[in-house]
Design a binder for this molecule. Structure first.
Ligand code: AHM
Ligand code: MG
Length: 334
């Protein structure tokens, strides 16, 4: 029975038996993500010190090259998962192609692949606004001991075995699911330990927050324009409040706690939407559904969208169930 104050390490061990396949491999994988998250968190927290320790691209006083934070985060997550020999393949927003990890070695029995957005919300990095890491885990579909192929990565979201995010905010949290609800762990920076602070996180069915980049309003489809007008209309518990950080992880996290909806629809500039299906939308959709919420492209369940390419984009509507259904109603009524 999970309890508050439990550490993430304890929680992982205690819940290992509830995983579908209990080899301990998935536990080790989540543990590695926990480790990389701490390293990245340390660096993200120093972001405001660039003028003192040197700008990105410069060499600092210790003679080390300063990396852009998103590149740094990408390297750390890939290094951690590779060095500990835990997965057989990784795909990242920062990499054009997927990476195969000793997967052609017949002794390599690793079954899992990870898709990751190492540092999402990159426009917020330089202005001290929270950013996040998003990850998604699948079992490979090709046989173990053979090279991973694109088929292993182009699986529908409904096939995910785990997904989560790390939010580097006023406090740092790791929130994840393995298909048994959603739990949130807060980092105690003094101890370097994540503690279970938010057990069984759920979206309220209804919410009063809508999160969308209204600067794109004129480029939105009519259904979305109508839904936004509905949110703003004075009637019942409306008008809703508008809150948009521009970091998917942070907007999602707030909406899950308070009740709300996040929308990134198609625009004339981005006719397929902006967000990426495999390492942004699918993991958030899995979390949303596990937390009593919903995720849709306006017409279909996100996790049923058939992936055709690694960096595919998709329109994304996600959040409290009744709000997402209302937005779908507006989209589908035209
Ligand atoms: P990124 O992967 O380049 O950081 O883009 C993803 C981000 C999301 O976190 C956020 O919700 C959205 O892009 C914001 O986009 P916009 O600035 O167009 O509103
Ligand atoms: Mg991103």
């Amino acid at each position: 029975m999970s309890q508050k104050n439990q550490t993430l390490g304890e929680f992982i061990i205690e819940n290992q038996s509830s995983f579908k396949y209990t080899s301990g491999e998935l536990s080790r994988l989540i543990n590695s993500i926990r480790l990389a998250a701490k390293v990245v968190n340390h660096e993200v927290n120093k972001a405001g010190l660039v003028d003192i320790i040197g700008n990105y691209g410069e060499t600092n006083v210790q003679g080390e090259d300063q990396q852009k934070l998103d590149v740094y985060a990408n390297d750390k997550f890939i290094q951690t998962l590779t060095n500990r020999n835990i997965v057989c393949g990784i795909a990242s927003e920062e990499e054009d192609d997927f990476i195969s990890i000793n997967s052609q070695d017949e002794n390599n029995q690793n079954k899992y692949i990870v898709l990751i957005d190492p540092l999402d919300g990159s426009t917020n990095i330089d202005v001290n606004v929270s950013v996040g890491t998003i990850f998604s885990v699948y079992r490979r579909v090709t046989p173990v001991g053979t090279p991973v192929t694109i088929k292993d990565f182009l699986q529908k979201g409904s096939q995910q075995v785990a997904a989560g995010y790390i939010i580097y905010g006023t406090s740092t949290m790791l929130v994840y699911t393995t298909g048994h609800g959603v739990n949130g762990f807060t980092l105690n920076p003094a101890m370097g330990t994540f503690y279970l602070s938010h057990p069984d996180m759920t979206f309220p069915d209804e919410g009063k927050i809508y999160s969308v980049n209204e600067g794109n309003y004129v480029h939105f489809p009519q259904g979305i324009k109508n839904y936004i007008k509905y949110c703003q209309m004075e009637e019942g518990d409306r008008p809703y409040t508008s809150r948009y950080i521009g970091s998917l992880v942070s907007d999602f996290h707030r909406n899950m706690i308070k009740g709300g909806i996040y929308l990134y629809p198609t625009t004339s500039k981005d006719p397929n939407g902006k967000l990426r299906l495999l390492y942004e939308c699918n993991p958030m959709a899995f979390l949303a559904e596990q937390a009593n919420g919903k995720a849709s492209d306006g017409f279909r369940r996100i996790m049923e969208v058939e992936p055709t390419e690694l960096h595919q984009r998709v329109p994304f509507i996600c959040g409290s169930k009744n709000m997402v259904e209302k937005a779908e109603e507006f989209m589908q009524s035209l």
